[in-house]
Design a protein around this ligand. Structure first.
Ligand code: ADP
Ligand code: MG
Length: 704
């Protein structure tokens, strides 16, 4: 039967309906998806290492025979360690598999294995070497085919029970049967100029490298075939940025009048303090955009507490003074309410009507708010994603600010912009983000936005002192906390989950009970977590803001933007469970006033290498950009963006950090192609040829 790229993956020999379901969970539905599932490393199975040559600290690929194997159970029967002894013609080597119970009975004496892993010194017997948690493949005696021996062999990350070898075989047979039907997506002129192979060649050689290719280059994703696939992903992504930017540029916006005395006074009136140099500079950049008849499309990056909100309020005042409405969208209700309260404080004296629109409002209140927005009585509208619901209509929306944009997708941004359609103009857009995006990545993520940076904190902040400690020392931590509260300050105690889970994490709720009863009986303790209704959350936040609660026990709902300058202490329990970006966001809740603040990171004691690195980074620095760069190095970009971006970024091969240079080339080429009138026809042709799921993946469908 002829197969095409669109053929369902269950048609592949060895896959079948059950495995197809596993694959579907990974987004692999068709043969094309399968071919895009690339090896994460390669093994040289021509030149194996000899057991006698392996050294502690090195990583090796061995071909050896099973001598013996045995699982040793841990105390609760869970943590079985599987001990394996293997031998080649130069010697023998013990191997150890943590959580290796599943291997029991799977390996037989005399079987041939390929082992790949790191060799370490046996901690109990320092004279002995052992291989720890190697990846193994059993060589079946009947058919040792050319895909897995005597060449550089691709290794895939297993998908459930669909192991590396089965994936390899499925891909091999798919490539054999498809052969001629893999179309190229890069324009031929561009591909030839850059010297890249065709897509078909690139896929074949990425999965099954030709003889003589460098193992090192392959493992660094530097082979010509891999580079071509990486370039392609970046190119299409940047093409979508370039086209999006061009489309926005073509739209008209209302050019605001700014340089008038009246405006200067209006702006001054809302400023309760002297702006920092960075705030002045950034406002200048924003003003220059707002005066143009092309819509502003600007990202405002600034570390937590750098004062982004007031800058956004100033831009909103400019819009309102020009007869337009302004909107501010926040990612959570807590934040929206907080912005609403401070906006009212700042804007009400100037006579600007501020409106709050969140899902938590009663239906009648919500309807009334919508009506005021529609009629234009509400001038500054603050809310959550409730703002982009269809029922919300603005009378004359001219300026949009979006706080903490990483929580919203590009499409949501677009929907808010569309709320200005009644004016016949596109609104000016300012995106605020406190996630410090490493400069290396901001091009990838925000290539369609201009960027302003607030790189100066308002004066009078005392640096936060951060320490790591273990649960044993909690009594001392609580003592420090009592002293802080006795001095009139407030504190956060943060937990990773709400309810007791199998992982035996302390749960915010239970700890709240315990802490308020037995540890701090003389203080007012509040609880804040994500499963509370928005009214309850609001109420707790209000009381904390007013210092009616001295201690707030919370989950990560307090993560972004919560602003209580009197809070000077944060204790984060199970700190090792949090990501670096999250820890940084959390810590940003303290150190907002003139008092010295303390952040205590509490762990059970034992830490993974990555966990330790994360916490040490937190102790070492409070610089968000430095933290973000470290985070990226520890986790890699896939994890860094996490699920929140994967839908938008979802690179299969490309790694914006590792492949920085290719990203820049791709960006240049994509923007050149979009700007160059001579390329118009080949661009159109290319977009027409692009398969539908590619169009969706790179948001290229809307253009064409
Ligand atoms: P961000 O949104 O960037 O995290 P905010 O706008 O919430 O920061 O500002 C943090 C705190 O600093 C707020 O309490 C705000 O009132 C205050 N602030 C902002 N700008 C200044 C300034 N120029 N001088 C003094 N305080 C400021
Ligand atoms: Mg903020």
């Amino acid at each position: 039967m002829p197969i095409s790229l669109q053929t369902e993956v269950r048609m592949v020999k060895g896959v079948g309906p059950q495995r197809a379901e596993l694959l579907a969970k990974r987004g692999i539905f068709t043969l094309e998806d399968l071919l895009n599932y690339l090896p994460f490393r390669y093994e040289d199975r021509i030149h194996f290492s000899k057991i006698k040559d392996v050294q502690p600290g090195g990583t090796y690929t061995l071909r050896a025979r099973v001598m013996s194997g045995q699982a040793v159970r841990g105390m609760y029967g869970r943590d079985a360690i599987y001990h394996l002894l293997v031998q080649d013609d130069s010697g023998s080597l013990p191997c150890k598999f943590f959580h290796g119970g599943y291997l029991e009975g799977r390996l037989q004496c005399g079987q041939q294995l390929i082992l790949h892993g790191k060799v370490e010194i046996d901690k109990l017997r320092p004279a002995r070497r052992e291989m720890v948690n190697p990846q193994i493949e059993v060589l079946s005696s009947e058919e040792v085919d050319s895909t897995e021996m005597g060449r550089i062999v691709p290794i895939y990350e297993a998908i459930g029970t669909f192991g590396s070898r089965m994936i390899r075989r499925s891909i091999y047979s798919t490539l054999q049967n498809l052969d001629q039907t893999i179309p190229d997506v890069l324009p031929p002129g561009l591909r030839e100029r850059l010297g890249y192979p065709t897509r078909r060649e690139a896929l074949i050689h990425t999965h099954f490298p030709a003889a003589g290719e460098s193992l090192e280059a392959l493992n660094l994703f530097r082979s010509p075939a891999q580079q071509r696939l990486i370039f392609e992903e970046f190119f299409l992504y940047q093409l979508s940025m370039a086209l999006g930017r061009k489309a926005v540029r073509k739209e008209n916006a209302i050019a605001f009048r700014v340089r008038e005395d009246k405006m200067r006074e209006a702006l001054k009136r809302i400023l309760p303090f002297k702006p920092t140099g960075a705030q002045k500079r950034v406002l200048g950049e924003i003003v220059a955009d707002l005066e143009k008849s092309a819509p502003m499309n600007r990202l405002l990056q600034g570390d937590v507490g750098s004062g982004k909100t007031i800058v956004a309020m100033q831009a909103a005042v400019i819009a309102m003074e020009n007869g337009c409405q302004a909107a501010l969208m926040a990612p959570t209700e807590i934040l929206a309410v907080q912005h609403y309260l401070s906006a009212r404080r700042i804007l009400a004296p100037g006579g600007y009507a501020v409106e709050l629109l969140i899902s938590g409002l009663k239906p009648a209140e919500k309807a009334a708010a919508r009506e005021r927005i529609r009629a234009g009585e509400a001038r500054m509208v603050i809310g959550t994603h409730a703002l982009i619901e269809d029922e919300v209509k603005f009378e004359r929306l001219g300026f949009v600010a979006i706080d903490e944009q990483h929580r919203f997708g590009v499409l949501q941004r677009k929907r808010l912009m569309d709320k200005a359609s009644k004016t016949g103009f596109a609104p000016h857009v300012l995106v605020l983000t406190a996630t410090p995006i490493p400069r290396t990545l901001s091009l990838t993520l925000y290539g369609d936005l201009d960027v302003s940076v607030l790189d100066e904190l308002p004066p009078g902040r005392t640096p936060i002192e951060t320490r790591m400690t273990t649960e044993k020392h909690l009594p001392g931590v609580w003592e420090l906390l009592r002293r802080e509260v006795a001095a009139g300050h407030q504190a956060y105690i943060v937990y990773p989950v709400i309810e007791e889970s199998k992982l035996e994490l302390k749960a915010a709720m239970e700890e709240y009970e315990r802490l308020s009863r037995t540890v701090f009986p003389q203080m007012k303790v509040g609880l804040l977590h994500g499963r509370m209704s928005s009214e309850e959350k609001d109420d707790v936040m209000q009381r904390f803001r007013k210092n009616e609660l001295q201690i707030l026990v919370a989950t990560t709902v307090i993560e972004v933007g919560v602003d209580v300058p009197n809070a000077t202490m944060m204790v984060i329990e199970h700190a090792e469970r949090f990501g670096l970006a999250q820890l940084h966001q959390l810590r940003g809740r303290i150190g907002r006033g003139a008092q010295k603040s303390h952040c205590i990171l509490v762990t059970p004691g034992r830490l993974t290498d990555d966990g330790r690195k994360r916490l040490e980074t937190m102790v070492r620095t409070t610089n968000g950009f430095e933290i973000a760069e470290t985070d990226l190095l520890i986790r890699g970009p896939g994890e860094f963006f996490g699920t929140r971006q994967s839908g938008e970024l979802g690179f299969h091969v490309a790694n914006p950090l590792r492949d920085r240079e290719l990203l820049e080339t791709a960006r240049k080429e994509a923007f050149r192609m979009v700007e160059d009138p001579a390329e118009k026809e080949s661009l159109r042709q290319m977009l027409r040829m692009l398969p539908p799921q590619w169009q969706r993946r790179y948001h290229l469908a809307r253009i064409g």
